[in-house]
Design a protein around this ligand. Structure first.
Ligand SMILES: CC(=O)SCCNC(=O)CCNC(=O)[C@H](O)C(C)(C)COP(=O)(O)OP(=O)(O)OC[C@H]1O[C@@H](n2cnc3c(N)ncnc32)[C@H](O)[C@@H]1OP(=O)(O)O
Length: 447
């Protein structure tokens, strides 16, 4: 990886960075409670395992005179508070179109309300970017708590997920083989389910619909901390719903898919009203997906199913007799920031032959700015992305390059929105087709 200038933003006076460790867990949860008010006590949150990779968690501490302390020999004792933090997950096998790359999953970004809008996040992003680059991570990915935060730092919306409200017993088209599955419905137990489900999850993302193509963004819970956290059902996240349940469908004795769910009931004048909130839906093929949805869509005492975060090209979209009856809504899913443009561009495959010069603007990381020639053949290795002095075919901000990186939004769509300047119209058509991927990008879980 080439030498890169260090980011420049620094913390305002009175603040300092310090790496966090497991001993900071209670302070971390207290700060998190300020940033994301949930009503759960620190004590109850502390019962859950931490998902953090502590060697990648960084705090911002504020050192100031302690207003509550009694002066000693005329001097006011100084108090040091954790007022900001960020962390990242090491995704060594982050799925990009046709391959994987090393990505840094930015997470647990929080600033205490009493210290916001003083530049703490700006300084934390600089620290995150430089540390990620030093670790050889060419891409950073995240889920945004608010859609207005991360664009300014060069992150673009690279994937969308679908939220549906499907009426109970909604009609689905038939899929041969679906009825041949046996069904297990159980309470989630990490010891029994975690390894089985993580294996199914990885396999489902590698070959979608028998196409031999992977699903970009289908990131695994790569660390033991993330796996333990994901499969532990902690009371603080139930919000009045039942413990987490799991449906596993098997065919010829082999597990073929799973989904998790929680139900909630309210007893009203006319009887029970119930809904099912779905977790990730993971299936090795369409028959297994249909078998899972058949279970979710006919649970007693429920009226509707709300699948959470399925791909816009999920089988359910095409199997529902009335898609519009499920009130579809699209949400931003993964945001992507290219940290090292040539490394990131060469890490993925392209869906068409392309030879294009991209002129990239990047205010935060000037090493990415300038013209890059991208050459690739359809679905093949041997991609090259090199600096060039040739005239640009397309000009765009690194944020918009991040948006098209996983093959979701197209360059043509961004050009239509005025976000890509087109210097050669033939180049736009070819590059747009090459960057698009036949399988929609998605992460099935929030990190
Ligand atoms: C990947 C994740 O973890 S997502 C989770 C993000 N965390 C949260 O949403 C928790 C609640 N919010 C917070 O903790 C804080 O408000 C943060 C982290 C979002 C922002 O921290 P701050 O230290 O206030 O940000 P900072 O002062 O560096 O602001 C930088 C710029 O972003 C803007 N900005 C910051 N937060 C927001 C926001 N929520 N919406 C719109 N603009 C924002 C600021 O106005 C500022 O703009 P400017 O440069 O034009 O002046």
């Amino acid at each position: 990886m080439p030498e890169r200038p260090a980011p420049t933003a620094s913390l305002p006076p009175g603040y300092r960075f310090r790496d966090l460790g497991p001993a900071d867990q209670r302070d971390v949860l207290t700060l998190d409670g300020w940033a994301f008010p949930t009503g759960a006590s620190v004590e109850s949150l502390a019962e859950a395992p931490s998902p953090l990779s502590w060697d990648r968690a960084v705090g911002v501490f504020h050192d100031a005179d302690d207003p509550d302390a009694v002066p000693v020999d005329g001097a006011v004792p100084v108090r040091s508070d954790l007022v900001g933090m960020h962390a990242s997950y090491p995704f060594a096998r982050f799925p990009v179109p046709g391959g994987t790359t090393r990505a840094s999953g930015l997470t647990w970004v929080a600033v205490h309300p009493g210290h916001r809008r003083r530049g703490l996040l700006t300084a934390m992003i600089d620290a995150h970017v430089s540390r990620s680059l030093a670790r050889g991570e060419a891409v950073s990915v995240l889920f945004a708590a608010e859609a207005t935060i991360y664009g300014r730092f060069g992150y673009g919306v690279a994937a969308q997920d679908l939220r549906l409200t499907v009426p109970r017993r909604a009609a689905l088209r038939d899929v041969p083989g679906a009825a041949e599955h046996t069904v297990r419905i159980e309470t989630v137990d990490p010891d029994r389910h975690a390894a089985l489900c993580e294996d199914l999850h990885e396999r489902a993302g590698r070959d979608v619909g028998g196409s031999g193509l992977n699903r970009p963004g289908w990131v695994s819970r790569e660390t033991s901390e993330l796996r333990r956290y994901f499969w532990t059902d902690h009371e603080a996240t139930r919000e009045g719903r039942e413990p987490q349940r799991i449906v596993i469908v098997e065919r010829d004795g082999e597990p073929r898919g799973y989904t998790t769910f929680r139900r909630k009931l309210s007893w009203e004048t006319l009887g029970a009203r119930g809904w099912v909130s779905g977790g990730e839906v993971v299936a090795l093929d369409a028959a297994a997906a249909k078998a899972l949805y058949d279970v979710l869509l006919d649970l007693d005492l429920t009226d509707e199913v709300r699948p959470f975060m399925i791909a816009p090209d999920d089988p359910l979209v095409h199997l529902l007799a009335s898609y519009r009856g499920a009130a579809p809504t699209l949400y931003d899913n993964l945001w992507v920031r290219l940290l090292d443009v040539p490394v990131a561009l060469a890490a993925r495959r392209y869906a068409g032959e392309v030879d294009v010069v991209l002129e990239v603007r990047d205010a935060l990381l000037p090493a990415n700015a300038g013209r890059w020639r991208l050459r690739a053949s359809a679905f093949e290795d041997g991609v090259s992305a090199e600096r060039t002095t040739d005239a640009a075919d397309l000009s765009l901000d690194v944020r918009d390059l991040g948006s098209v990186y996983l093959g979701g939004p197209t360059l043509a769509a961004l050009a239509g929105a005025g976000l890509v300047e087109v210097h050669s119209s033939g180049a736009l058509a070819a590059a747009s087709a090459a960057f698009a991927w036949p399988v929609a990008p998605l992460s099935s879980w929030v990190f």
